[in-house]
Design a binder for this molecule. Structure first.
Ligand SMILES: CC(C)(COP(=O)(O)OP(=O)(O)OC[C@H]1O[C@@H](n2cnc3c(N)ncnc32)[C@H](O)[C@@H]1OP(=O)(O)O)[C@@H](O)C(=O)NCCC(=O)NCCS
Length: 182
């Protein structure tokens, strides 16, 4: 059974993507710069994690922790004064985890042009209870063809994440079995 089918069989009622979709905005200021005077990637990553965390909390109806962040892409530099908008939505749900997709847009402080995409990322959050134990999440219900595509792409990323983790674990175990210590 696929993860999505498993999620869909959950007894928890599903929630549509629109129920937890979130936007977060921030003006880049002098404290947000890197050594070169443009926006610091870590500041953008925190905004991405904050927005994704809000979506994960709203979708799962409680606390959720970041399990992984991958494919963080910086497409264009953000400049000081730019207004940064971070859009996040739940792309996919497993049993206790959710993939949140995030798009980062910048409105240039000195240009009246449309906002430009400057980055994107995919994060996996695990829903947890008060003791930090994982708990089941509602299946996400797609509302558009784009949502359907995002579920399918998230499932591909999930398959690759699990395969990569398993391959690295097996490699380490086989090296340890050969007595290699590193
Ligand atoms: C994330 C965490 C709860 C997972 O705990 P665990 O004991 O490994 O639990 P599980 O193996 O049951 O994994 C729970 C779910 O998360 C997924 N998951 C766990 N680690 C993952 C990873 N690195 N990448 C992608 N998914 C992951 C699992 O596939 C599972 O999903 P599913 O239930 O939908 O199939 C645990 O590792 C943790 O608490 N990490 C710290 C999180 C944190 O503090 N984040 C903030 C950083 S300061």
């Amino acid at each position: 059974m696929t993860d999505q089918a498993r999620s869909a069989e959950s007894e928890i009622p599903g929630k549509p993507t629109s129920a937890s979709r979130t936007a977060l905005s921030h003006i880049m200021t002098a404290v947000d710069t890197n050594l070169y005077g443009t926006g610091h990637g870590g500041v953008i990553m925190k905004l991405v994690d904050d927005a994704a965390g809000a979506v994960a909390g709203r979708h799962s109806g409680g606390p959720a922790v970041t399990a992984s962040m991958d494919e963080m892409v910086f497409l264009e530099p953000v400049r000081i004064g730019d207004l940064v908008h971070v859009y996040a939505q739940c792309n996919w749900t497993g049993r206790t985890s959710m993939e949140i997709g995030v798009r980062v847009m910048a409105e240039r402080w000195n240009e009246s042009t449309p906002a430009q995409q400057v980055g994107s990322a995919y994060l996996v959050f695990a829903a947890v209870d008060a003791e930090g134990r994982t708990r089941p999440v509602p299946p996400v219900l797609p509302e558009s063809a784009m949502d359907e595509r995002r579920i399918q792409e998230a499932q591909i990323r999930r398959t690759h994440r699990l395969a990569r983790r398993r391959a690295i674990k097996e490699l380490r175990e086989s090296r340890a079995a050969e007595g290699i210590r590193d």
